[in-house]
Design a protein. Structure first.
Length: 249
């Protein structure tokens, strides 16, 4: 029996991932704040032959993270995989107020670090495990304000943890989606690929670990161009994010 923790499991990429992975022989531990939605996802997983454990969790709370991992470990004594998917977005500006800024850092960066800190010891004891962190193309190209900052940091942390755990049997993969049809991109959802494309990449990373997966693949071109010619990105996005101050008079 595999035990997999999926954060942000109530909707979007997390929900698609839980349903895709939640098959016979797998217990998916579902974490999110919205209990009613988690119950719906759990029912869908069990309909497909998997087992689901819904654990309403506020990832901003370190004690809630510890309780989540304790509940997951109670299934078989260990954790086979952690999918750090939960995330918050916000206005693409440095002028973001402190409360949403703090929440974004807590959920997008500190929660994945705390979860990795909690699952690594049992994975190391078992000599096996997989960690998949969901970053973003905005973690390669600075166009998303504080959101980009958290995803840049998560990318660096993922690389560091991968190197720290080399030789332990624990794989660490970063998946960087571009714009996906989720609540974050609701206005353009009909023109964007659905969350299943990311869920498929997560499943691939569990079967055959890789350092990084970009989905859709076409975003690799933008990432390479921005890295090689950053001034082009500066020009393309100049003045488009930060709100302009009102004119006087």
């Amino acid at each position: 029996m595999r035990v997999i923790i999926v954060t942000g499991a109530s909707s979007g990429i997390g929900r698609a991932t839980a349903v895709r992975l939640g098959r016979a022989g797998t217990t998916v531990v579902l974490a999110a704040r919205r209990a009613d939605e988690l119950t719906e996802v759990a029912a869908e997983v069990e309909k497909n032959g998997g087992t689901a454990v819904a654990v309403p969790t506020d990832l901003r709370d370190p004690a809630a993270i510890e309780a989540l991992v304790t509940r997951a470990r109670a299934v078989t004594g260990t954790i086979d995989a952690l999918i750090n998917n939960a995330g918050l977005s916000g206005p693409e500006t440095v002028l973001l107020e402190d409360a949403p800024l703090t929440a974004m850092v807590d959920v997008n960066l500190l929660a994945p670090i705390r979860l990795m800190r909690a699952v690594v010891p049992p994975m190391r004891a078992a000599g096996a495990g997989a960690i998949v962190n969901i970053g973003s193309v905005a973690g390669e190209i600075g166009i998303g304000g504080a959101y980009s900052a958290t995803k840049f940091a998560l990318r660096g942390m993922t690389d560091s943890v991968r190197r720290e755990l080399a030789g332990t049997g624990i794989s660490v993969t970063l998946i960087e989606p571009g714009r996906i049809a989720t609540a974050m991109n609701a206005r353009d959802a009909d023109r964007l690929p659905g969350p299943d494309i990311v869920a498929a990449a997560i499943e691939q990373a569990l079967r055959k670990p890789r350092r990084r997966i970009v989905v859709p693949r076409r975003y690799r071109i933008a990432m390479a161009a921005s890295a090689a010619l950053p001034w082009m990105t500066d020009r393309a996005f100049a003045g488009k994010a930060a709100p302009r101050p009102p004119k006087n008079g």
